[in-house]
Design a protein. Structure first.
Length: 278
């Protein structure tokens, strides 16, 4: 499909039904790449990892930079790169708010949605657990660059060699690449002007919501309110997980993601059988 010069930067793997991966605030698509292991030995999915405006290698938005305009840019990207075919979507943190907007906009074109530690409530109105660090390697922390140590310590609940390696490879590159002035502007207009679920009653289809029991940034309680709008949503709150749930417990998250893909594939098979029977 032809794309314009302003199309958001993205990388793709595989062919088949599109599944769009949408990252969070001040990072880029590299945060989502560990989810690739859920697609091992599973053909038929075209994974599209996008960099949001001002993140990674994507162009910036003209001012003002807001959640609404970021969501509009994502909708343009979907129109250019995916078009009108059915697709699934995955969003983490701020990206979780954006993909809910996509569901509100496109309805049944979205086969199903996976939310990882999604933003639901604005800062100051979130019900958050107490900050916890489950393991800490002081020698490792002392060896890090002070700026890297500060951002790692602020978010990580596993401040260990393994935790640092995951953060270094999948979080830090995006933190270094995003446009800081745009991020400051977006932080002041971080929530969509209309909550997506106020724009529809329910969305039927396989959905998955995964939160971290130790997520001190967006929490896990506010997300429960989403369940009434998605009657086929599986909700999991995982112990030993902070905000980056898929980095803290990758095997558990990928197992849930594979089950979600199973449900999507089964739904598609039923649809094909029903159409063939007509």
């Amino acid at each position: 499909m032809r794309t314009t010069a302003d199309t958001l930067h993205h990388v793709e793997f595989g062919r088949g039904v599109p599944v769009l991966m949408v990252h969070g605030f001040t990072v880029d698509h590299r945060l989502m790449l560990p989810l690739e292991s859920a697609f091992t030995d599973r053909p038929g999915w075209r994974r599209v990892y996008v960099d949001l405006p001002g993140s990674g290698r994507s162009p910036r938005l003209p001012a003002p930079v807001t959640a609404d305009r970021t969501a509009a840019a994502l909708m343009t990207f979907i129109d250019e790169v995916i078009g009108r075919e059915p697709f699934a979507i995955v969003g983490i943190s701020f990206g979780g708010q954006l993909v809910r907007h996509v569901v509100a906009e496109l309805g049944a074109q979205v086969m199903g949605m996976c939310l990882l530690a999604p933003v639901v409530a604005p800062v100051g109105r979130r019900e958050l657990p107490a900050r916890q660090v489950l393991d800490r390697d002081d020698e490792l922390l002392a060896s890090l660059d002070p700026a890297d140590r500060a951002v790692f310590s602020d978010i990580a609940i596993w401040q260990t060699a393994a935790g640092w390696a995951a953060f270094r490879d999948h979080v830090l590159p995006g933190l270094r690449a995003h446009h800081r002035d745009d991020a400051r502007e977006l932080a002041a207009a971080y929530m969509l002007s209309a909550t997506p679920e106020t724009r529809f009653t329910t969305h039927d289809g396989p959905h998955l919501l995964v939160t971290g029991r130790q997520d001190h940034m967006v929490g896990w309680r506010d997300q429960l309110a989403l369940l009434e709008h998605y009657p086929r949503m599986t909700y999991a709150v995982l112990d030993g997980c902070g905000h980056n749930v898929h980095l803290d417990q990758p095997e558990q998250v990928n197992a849930l993601l594979r089950s979600w893909l199973d449900a999507l594939e089964a739904e598609s098979a039923v649809d094909r059988a029903l159409r063939a029977g007509r």
